[in-house]
Design a protein around this ligand. Structure first.
Ligand SMILES: *[C@@H]1O[C@H](CO)[C@@H](O)[C@H](O)[C@H]1NC(C)=O
Ligand SMILES: *[C@@H]1O[C@H](CO)[C@@H](O)[C@H](O)[C@H]1NC(C)=O
Ligand SMILES: *[C@@H]1O[C@H](CO)[C@@H](O)[C@H](O)[C@H]1NC(C)=O
Ligand SMILES: *[C@@H]1O[C@H](CO)[C@@H](O)[C@H](O)[C@H]1NC(C)=O
Ligand SMILES: *[C@@H]1O[C@H](CO)[C@@H](O)[C@H](O)[C@H]1NC(C)=O
Ligand SMILES: *[C@@H]1O[C@H](CO)[C@@H](O)[C@H](O)[C@H]1NC(C)=O
Ligand SMILES: *[C@@H]1O[C@H](CO)[C@@H](O)[C@H](O)[C@H]1NC(C)=O
Ligand SMILES: [Zn+2]
Length: 430
């Protein structure tokens, strides 16, 4: 059932599922459930709970069905919503939001202009993750427990227009099959509404595999450049597409390019969404690939590869003991898939590898309470990412189950030539 809460009541002590262990006692506005979304009939072949109704049934594998879905009532794909302020779907939400709890930050036009004192906690200018307002929680951007890797893939579901024999090999379910074949690894998938519209069956496969779905807007804009109504529309149509195609309503979102400030955060929160950033960026989205054209900021595959190798070498050296990491990766091109699949076995060997929501103790990332995912410390999230059974009991509202990792795996491997050590670790996996 979807809980009903009013957007206008300031809770004295509001402990939602999404308030991570990092912020257990703060006073926040209620994270409002999206009552404005239409209801949709359930889609055939899409799970309605986690663990699924029949946990012993094999997970889907093999090529995706070519079935199409009739999805109507959506704006033009891949562009910000036109005339959002007069959109009859958006007006009721504008009336529901408590605008006294949305900072009046300027709509940004130029990301090189740094406002003095950063009054609106603009991530794009210096990585602010702790709002300057007290009534919404900080962003989630790390895994609290050392030696943990929060696995996230943005911009999916990955598909091609058109699919050719050359590029189809990189399209989903390539990555999803790879994760399945590697200890049934789970990840966060930050889906773009427009991409789901183009590839709904791939999105259904992502959910059915047990990945945790979060919203990555409708059209992937720089959110701080949009008006309030346009921000609301990006969330609304992204959420609506996920609800129609997948039957779930996420409580988590990630801003495209990380571009978020307190105005956008406060709107997101009142639309039920906690902001998730990252602390390690592969920059894989800048690698020229079959879906990514060269630009002035393009990087080579080797550069991104070296970035990941550097993190791992630092970890192996024993210089990474403060906390775990949430890492930005993408299902976006042949290059990002290649990078992701190259490094995953090494990551699984060196870190507890799980969705970023799981390492932040969020067992119930959707308003639909029938989905309860394993979190850090649960048996089903083992020390190396191996799924060893169904979810255990936590519904995410109990005492956080963060545990210290028993041994810092990195200190088990010391060496002076880190490249060789990393190479040796990878060789041992082959
Ligand atoms: C936006 O609204 C204006 C004025 O109502 C209208 O002329 C225009 O066609 C609309 N644009 C779109 C893309 O709907
Ligand atoms: C952004 O601001 C900088 C610094 O004031 C200025 O040099 C630049 O021309 C501006 N860019 C645009 C696109 O307005
Ligand atoms: C990526 O880095 C690893 C570790 O140094 C290396 O083995 C691999 O060859 C690199 N891949 C490419 C394509 O450069
Ligand atoms: C340890 O790691 C930090 C980043 O986490 C880095 O800035 C620093 O240079 C590293 N120190 C050594 C000795 O490698
Ligand atoms: C990706 O595809 C492009 C275009 O076909 C090609 O030039 C590039 O080498 C490929 N990169 C990887 C990592 O497969
Ligand atoms: C992960 O742990 C499980 C259970 O302890 C073990 O069976 C499996 O071999 C391990 N996998 C890797 C890649 O170390
Ligand atoms: C979650 O668990 C707590 C403690 O066991 C319980 O009080 C609460 O009712 C549960 N919530 C749901 C939605 O099951
Ligand atoms: Zn993105």
């Amino acid at each position: 059932m979807i809980a009903l809460q009013t957007a206008t009541v300031l809770a004295a002590v509001f402990l939602s599922t999404a308030n991570s262990a990092a912020t257990p006692t703060a006073s926040y506005l209620p994270q409002t459930s999206p009552t404005y979304l239409p209801s949709f009939p359930a889609q055939t072949g899409v799970i309605t709970s986690w663990p699924p109704a029949d946990p012993s049934a094999p997970l889907p594998s093999g090529p995706l069905s070519t079935a199409t879905l009739t999805l109507s009532g959506y704006p033009t794909m891949n562009v910000p919503v036109a005339n959002a302020s007069v959109d009859p779907n958006i007006i009721p939400i504008m009336n529901l939001i408590d605008w006294t709890h949305v900072p009046d930050a300027p709509v940004t036009t130029n990301t090189t202009i740094v406002p003095a004192g950063d009054p609106y906690c603009w991530w794009t200018q210096g990585g602010c993750v702790t709002p300057k307002i007290s009534y919404i929680p900080p962003d989630i951007y790390i895994c609290p427990v050392p030696d943990t890797w929060g696995l996230t893939y943005d911009d999916g579901p990955m598909y091609y227009y058109p699919v050719t024999p050359e590029n189809s090999v990189w399209a989903e379910p390539n990555l999803y099959d790879f994760l399945l074949a590697h200890n049934n690894q789970k990840a966060n998938l930050f889906y773009i509404g427009s991409k789901i519209m183009g590839a709904p069956i791939a999105a259904q496969r992502g959910l059915n595999d047990g990945h945790t779905i979060c919203v990555h807007t409708w059209s992937h804009p720089l959110m701080t450049t949009l008006t309030n109504a346009e921000v609301v529309a990006e969330f609304y149509y992204g959420l609506r597409m996920i609800k129609e195609v997948l039957g779930i309503t996420p409580k988590c979102w990630r801003p495209p390019y990380g571009d978020v400030d307190d105005r956008v955060r406060a709107i997101a929160w009142q639309m039920g969404l906690r902001t998730i950033i990252w602390d390690q960026d592969t920059n894989d989205w800048q690698i020229v690939g079959d879906q990514v054209a060269p630009t002035s900021s393009s990087i080579s595959y080797a550069t991104a590869n070296n970035t990941v190798e550097g993190w791992i070498a630092n970890h192996v050296k024993g210089n990474d003991t403060q906390h775990g990491h949430i890492t930005l990766e993408h299902e976006l091109s042949n290059a990002t898939i290649t990078l992701a699949e190259f490094w995953l076995p090494t990551i699984q060997k060196l870190y507890q590898t799980m969705p970023a929501t799981a390492c932040n103790n969020i067992a119930q990332p959707y308003w639909e309470e029938s989905f309860v995912y394993p979190i850090q410390g649960d048996q089903a999230v083992s020390t190396n990412g191996t799924a060893v059974g169904g979810s255990t009991s936590s519904n995410g509202t109990t005492t956080p189950k963060i545990v210290s990792s028993a041994a810092t795996k990195s200190t088990q491997v010391m060496g002076s030539v880190m490249t060789l050590v990393v190479a040796a670790i990878m060789a041992s996996l082959l």
